[in-house]
Ligand binder design. Structure first.
Ligand SMILES: *Cc1c(COP(=O)(O)O)cnc(C)c1O
Length: 412
């Protein structure tokens, strides 16, 4: 296959990539058809059901609970909302401290701050997972760890849970990038007390905005259902506890209105069913890019541990200890050839931020070892609209531009 190319000023033809890194796959036809039916019915609100009727949102909850092997699942308005709900149901409030990753997305510390609580950041390793030594050291400083599986990298969950048990720390999981992933045989989001997921466009199921919480704890599940804005309709849920769990809470829970609706549920249902198949497709793209990048001097591949059954919807690599100017040369070189790399560690936040240092409202303590890793992270999305050939081409372009920008390595 011949790729489009652009002639450089100095000679050799350089390949360019022409697809969009933000173009997601279309919504499955079954979801579109069902969404049209919902619109024709006019019954978009999840509780707008006739006696005996089961809403799309109810069905979605039952199916997501089954997919994650959870007793209870609640569909909500966003992933950020899911985290706020989980933390609040657990009793987090003003002045409480909550541990979370130094490397995550802004809505994670934002969820903590929205409750008047204070994020305390835990470092990141070269494998892009939470630093377990730092977690151990800080475990006594909070009651809850909001563990973010950022960019789909899952820490050794057996060790995380052992540290948490020893320190009396409750784990709530942010699975925005691990819906459909597993650590060993356990679905991501099912090690901790509550798992939180996002169905925002750039995650593993796309309803524009949306999210889930899952748990096995009936009391927490009932609290979250009530707070999500169920009014007296908590019996119209697909995977909620029995009425007794709610009766004890009457009048105790504020309504924080953040429901899922039937239109979004309709388009999500076939996507939840397709998670295993989509995970395999994402991983095929991921492994193709990874194979093409492997062996590039100065570029560090993130090795994935065997128990981590990840979903490779994005790929990261490190340019560890590279000077800013050389990293900027890679970014400019790849961008000119159609490959959009995101530099998470850019000195100044760009567009959105993923680095604890940029969240000054949380008054973060400096973490030099993490800073070294965060500075080195380059990232790209791998939407399912890409082919294996696309991925080979992307890897050739990145490897080539890294090699061009790498001469500084020889001087060291
Ligand atoms: C997207 C994202 C969230 C929040 O999800 P929304 O549905 O956009 O609110 C949380 N954590 C991480 C790591 C994310 O990338």
């Amino acid at each position: 296959m011949t790729a489009p190319s652009r002639r450089s000023t100095f000679g050799p033809v350089r390949e360019v990539f022409e697809k969009s890194f933000t173009q997601q796959a279309p919504i499955p036809e079954a979801g579109i058809a069902r969404a049209v039916e919902v619109m024709r019915s006019g019954k978009l609100h999840r509780y707008n059901t006739a006696p005996g009727e089961t809403s799309e949102t109810q069905r979605l909850e039952a199916e997501f609970a089954a997919a994650t092997h959870a007793r209870f699942a609640l569909a909500v308005a966003s992933g950020g909302y899911a985290m706020r709900l989980a933390l609040r149901a657990h009793g987090i409030g003003p002045g409480d401290r909550v541990l979370s990753n130094a490397f995550t997305l802004a809505p994670v510390p934002g969820a903590i701050a929205s409750l008047g609580a204070e994020p305390v950041f835990v470092g990141t390793t070269e494998d892009l997972t939470i630093d377990l030594d730092d977690l151990k050291a800080k475990a006594g400083r909070a009651e809850v760890l909001l563990l973010s599986h950022m960019r789909g990298h899952i820490a050794d969950m057996d060790r995380v849970m052992a540290i948490a048990r020893d320190a009396g720390l409750t784990v709530i999981e942010d699975c925005a990038h691990t819906m459909g992933a597993y650590w060993g045989d356990v679905p991501s989001g099912r090690h901790g007390l509550i798992g939180c997921y996002s169905t925002q466009t750039y995650k593993h199921a796309n309803s524009g905005e949306g999210g889930f919480v899952v748990t096995d704890d009936a009391d927490l599940a009932a609290k979250m259902v009530l707070m999500s804005g169920s009014y007296m309709f908590y019996d119209r849920h697909g995977a909620a506890p029995d009425a007794e769990a709610f009766e004890a809470l009457a009048g105790e829970m504020p309504n924080l209105s953040g429901r899922m609706d039937n239109l979004r549920a309709a388009i999500l249902r076939p996507q939840i069913a397709a998670l295993p198949e989509n995970a395999a497709a994402w991983n095929a793209l991921y492994r193709t890019v990874e194979a093409g990048l492997r062996g590039t001097p100065g570029l560090r591949i993130i090795e994935r541990p065997a128990p981590e059954r990840f979903v490779g919807s994005s790929i990261q690599f490190l340019l560890l200890d590279w000077p800013d100017a050389a990293i900027e040369a890679v970014l400019a070189g790849t961008r000119a050839r159609g490959v959009e790399l995101k530099w998470f560690g850019a000195p100044r936040p760009q567009g959105f931020t993923s680095i604890y240092r940029h969240w000054s409202y949380a008054r973060p303590d400096p973490m030099p070892a993490s800073d070294r890793v965060l500075r080195a992270i380059l990232d790209m999305r791998l939407p399912l609209t890409f082919s294996a050939d696309d991925c080979r081409l992307i890897a050739r372009i990145v490897a080539d531009e890294v090699a061009r920008a790498a001469p500084h390595l020889a001087a060291e």
